[in-house]
Design a protein around this ligand. Sequence first.
Ligand code: FPP
Length: 245
Amino acid sequence: MHRITREKLPHHIAVIMDGNGRWAKKNLLNRIMGHKKGAESVHLVVKTCRELGIQYLTLYAFSIENWQRPKNEIRALSSLLEEYLRLELQEMKETGIKLITIGDTDRLPKTVRDALSDAIEETSENSGMVLNLALSYGGRDEIVDAVKRILRDSKSTDIDENTITKDFFSNYLHTANIPDPDLLIRTSGEYRLSNFLLWQLAYTELYFIDVLWPDFSRDDLIKAITDYQQRERRFGLISDQLSEN
Ligand code: FPP
């Protein structure tokens, strides 16, 4: 039995949902069925995080590299996302979830963009939990994009070498106004970041679990959080310095 303590709850959990394809293969199904089952895990994790009082949940739903997948898989993922948004909107409203996105969402099909903007608009006043979907997202792309926008702004405003601090730069990332993740979970037994939140994960606690995303359960999530709660985050300091504060 895993016990979560209220005091040390992570404010922000980020998840790399991996292993849908392998789950399908293992169950002699096609990859699309793996994603379909994966969407059920999304529902479960969103609901559980909301119940636990997590403030921010970021899910890596579609990476910029995923555009290179077969067209039929991209189409299926798009429809699944659209369906998820339409079906979950009511529950998001009832449970106070605010939907936001990061990534180059302009590249998504119009029907998905419409479902997204409806859900974003209709949940914009909610303050229960922020659900942040990373869609057509790449960490390096986000950083390059920030540099380009700083350059552009420097032509019309006073930006010089001294203006550029870490905080200033963070405000140009897609995650401006979102705290960095405290805990990153990656499923399926792979130990990689795969271009996810490269800047933001600098001091995040990493948790890797050898369970395929469609099999990821409420208990697995609670186990990840209790594991996080037993860790000492030193941010480059030594233990004694932490107890002084
Ligand atoms: C990784 O599994 C998963 C994805 C690339 C997509 C994630 C999408 C979902 C969980 C479903 C829809 C999303 C929402 C938000 C409703 P993989 O295909 O890379 O698995 P593999 O490595 O085993 O092939």
